[in-house]
Design a protein around this ligand. Structure first.
Ligand SMILES: [Zn+2]
Length: 231
C-alpha cells in the first residue's frame, strides 16, 4: 500500500492519497488510534489515479461526508476505468523485482473500484481552481512522468509528491519503481527541485530532503525503461 499522509492546518484536515481498496479497515483503525477524526476530513489531495492511491476513494467519500477531492482533471479517466493506465516501464533491476512481487501477490492487473459518479460534484480539479482559496498558502505542482495525472501538494515547505519520487529502502536514487515517460519524469524532478521544498513526503517510503533529488538528477538521463515487466 502507499503511505497516506494526514495534515491539519488552520482547522483544515487534509489527507494525501488513500490506499488499496482492501486497506480501508486498516486505514480507519490506524487513523483512530492516532486520534484522527477521519470522518471530519475536509479534503483528499489525490496525487494520481493508481490502485494503491485511489483504492478506497468511494468508501472514504461515502463516510466522510464533507470531504472534497482535489486532483488533476487527467485523473478522471483512470478513476472511471478503475485501473492503472497503460505504458511505461521499470527503471532498474530493484524496481523489476518489486514489480514481479506485485504480480505474484495478484496485483498485476492494478484494478480498483471505479469511481461512483454520484461523487463527481465533490471533485475540485487542480487545473480549474485557485488552490490557495481552499488551502491557504498551498501550491499545487503538476508532476507528470510516473503518470500523466500526477500532481503534488506543496504546503508550508512540505512537498507531498505522490509517486513523482519514491524512497526505497537501501536504494539511494529516489526514482519510482514504474515510470511512464522518462523525459517528462525528469522535468518533474526539475519542477520539484525548483519549488525548493524543505522536505519531500513521497507516496512510498520515508520523507527525505530535496538534495537527494538534486544529487540524483544527472543519473536519470542514463535510465532506459524496461517495459517487459508488468507492474
Ligand atoms: Zn503510482
Amino acid at each position: 500500500m502507499c503511505t497516506s499522509w494526514c495534515l491539519e492546518k488552520d482547522g483544515l484536515k487534509v489527507l494525501v492519497d488513500t490506499g488499496y481498496a482492501e486497506d480501508w479497515p486498516h486505514f480507519t483503525q490506524k487513523a483512530e488510534a492516532a486520534g484522527i477524526d477521519w470522518r471530519a476530513l475536509d479534503f483528499l489531495f489525490l496525487t494520481h489515479a493508481h490502485d494503491d492511491h485511489a483504492g478506497f476513494l468511494n468508501a472514504l467519500l461515502e463516510q466522510a461526508q464533507n470531504l472534497r477531492v482535489i486532483a488533476s482533471h487527467k485523473a478522471l479517466g483512470g478513476l472511471r476505468r478503475g485501473q492503472n493506465g497503460p505504458g511505461g516501464g521499470v527503471p532498474d533491476a530493484d524496481a523489476a523485482a518489486v514489480c514481479r512481487q506485485m504480480v505474484k501477490a495478484g496485483r498485476g492487473r492494478h484494478l480498483f473500484p471505479k469511481l461512483d459518479e454520484n461523487f463527481l460534484p465533490r471533485f475540485l480539479w487542480l487545473e480549474d481552481i485557485d488552490l490557495d482559496a481552499f488551502l491557504p498558502g498551498a501550491q499545487g505542482l503538476f508532476l507528470p512522468g510516473h503518470t500523466d495525472d500526477s500532481v503534488g501538494l506543496l504546503w508550508e515547505g512540505l512537498l507531498f509528491c505522490g509517486d513523482a519520487a519514491q524512497n526505497r529502502p537501501d536504494y539511494p536514487l529516489k526514482t519510482t519503481i514504474w515510470i511512464q515517460d522518462m523525459a517528462i519524469y525528469t522535468k518533474s524532478w526539475q519542477t520539484m527541485i525548483g519549488a525548493k521544498p524543505a522536505r519531500i513526503y513521497p507516496g512510498h517510503g520515508d520523507p527525505f530532503g530535496p538534495e537527494a533529488l538534486e544529487a540524483g538528477l544527472g543519473a536519470l538521463s542514463q535510465i532506459r525503461l524496461n517495459p517487459s515487466i508488468k507492474a
